[in-house]
Ligand binder design. Sequence first.
Ligand code: GLA
Length: 487
Amino acid sequence: MGDLEIVYELKVEDGKITGSQKLPFGDAPIVASKIDGDRFELTVELESFGDMQKATAKGKIVGDTLEITPAFPKPPEGTGGPSGGPPAIFSGPMVFHRGKPTPSNRAPSLDYNSLEKIALPALREIPSNGLAATPPMGWNSWNKFHTDIDDKTVREIADAMASFGMRDVGYQYIIIDDGWEGRRDDSGRLQPNSNFPNMKALADYVHSKGLKLGIYSSPGPRTCGGFVGSYGHEEIDAKTWASWGIDYLKYDWCSASRVWNDDQMQAVYQRMGEALRASGRPIVFALCQYGRARVGDWGPKVGANSWRTTLDISDTWQSMTSIGFSQSNWAPFAAPGHWNDPDMLEVGNGGMSTSEYRTHFTLWAILAAPLIAGNDLRNMPAKTKAILTNKEVIAVNQDKLGRAAESLSKNGDVEVWVKSLDAGAYAVALFNRGSAPAPVSLRWASLEMTAAPKVRDLWEHAELRSDEDGFTANVPAHDVVLIRVSP
Ligand code: GLA
C-alpha cells in the first residue's frame, strides 16, 4: 500500500457504500457515497489537529482490480503538507488485486477496541541526558527510501558519510526510519525483518566508521507504515536497542492517536523517556508528534532532545517554505539539549533547484534545527555536497548559544531572519521568496548595533563591505544571502 498503511472496510448495499477509511492516525467513517458505474466516491469524516473535516476518496473497479485514491485531512497553515493534499510519499491511487495480497513485513491489522490499556506514569521531570548540546546532525532513510531500506544500503550510506567529508563537518547519526521492524519473539523482544539480518553487527559497523546508529518506533501498537510499534513494550524495546548499540530513537506518534488523546501525550512520551534512561545507554530521544499538544512546554521534561513541529515535509519549494517560514514562534523553545525539528532535509532529492535547496539549508541552519540529510549520499553531485558540507553555515547551526532564528521583517516576498550567535554576533538571512531578483535590506539599528559591524557572506565565503547604517543585498529569485555580522 505504498508507504503509509491505509485500511478500507467497505460494504456495498442498496446502492450505497458504508464502512470506514483507517489511516494510522485514526478511523474516518464514511458519511456519504456515490456510485456511478464502475466508479465511486466516498466522503469520510476525519480529524486534523483537533478539527473535524470532510474529504473525498475516489475509486474505480476495473476487472479484478480496485483502485482508491485516499482522502487525507487538510493540515492547518504552517504544519506542512502542500496545500493540504496527501503526504508527498503518497503518489497516485492504491491498487488492490482480487486474491493477491501484497507480501509484506507489516504487522497484522489490529482490533483497537479490544486492546489492553497500559498504565501511564504520573508526570514528572526526567533530568536531561546531557546529549545534543548542539542540534543533532546526521542522515535518515525516510525522505529518499521510505520503507524500502535494508542493511546493505545503511552500510553504504555510512561508508559515504565517512569518506565524502560529511562526518568531518559534523554529521554523526545514521538513522533507520520506519520499515526495519519484524515480529516479536516469544519473550516479547522485537526482531528486525529480513532486510536487517543482524542489527548488532550493523551498529558495530556504523560505529567502526566513527558514526552512530539511530532507529525508529512508535508509542502506538503500529507505526505509521503499519509495522509493529512499542506499545506496552517500551522497556524491553529500549533494552533491546541498547543491547544492539543504538544511539538515537525517533519516536513517532502514529497509531498512538487511536489509543490516547493529546492530553495524555506527555505521559506516553515520558514512558519511553524513562525506559531509555533505564536502558543504561545514552540514546538521543527525538519526538515526532507533528508539533501537537504544545510539545515545546513539556518536551524537555520527558527527556526529549528534539520534537517535530510540523507534519511531513516533501521535496517541493511550496512544502519546504510553508514549513520553514512559519517556525518563528517556536524559537523560544530551542536550547542546548533540546531542539525544534521542522522535519528532515530534502536537499539533493531532486525536487528543488540549487538556490531553493540553499534556501532550505539556510533556514534549517538558522532555525537551530537538527540537520538530518535525507538524500542518497552514495550518489551526490558536487552542488549537493557543497550545500550539505558548507562549514560556515553549519557553524551557525551548531553555535553553542543554541538560539533559534526569528523573523525580523517581512515585506511581500522578502524576509529577513536573525539568529543570535555567541560573542554578540548574529547570523542574518536575507531571503527572496519571489520569482524575480529583489533587493533585501537590513539596518544595523534593528540589531541594536550602533557602529558598522564586520560582515561575512557565508555562502560566498567572503568579507563584505557594509554601509554606516545598514546592508543591502540583491537576492536572486528563490534564493538567500546569509551573512554573519559581528561587532
Ligand atoms: C511519519 C513521520 C515520517 C516518517 C513516517 C514513517 O509520517 O512523520 O517522518 O517517519 O511516519 O512511517
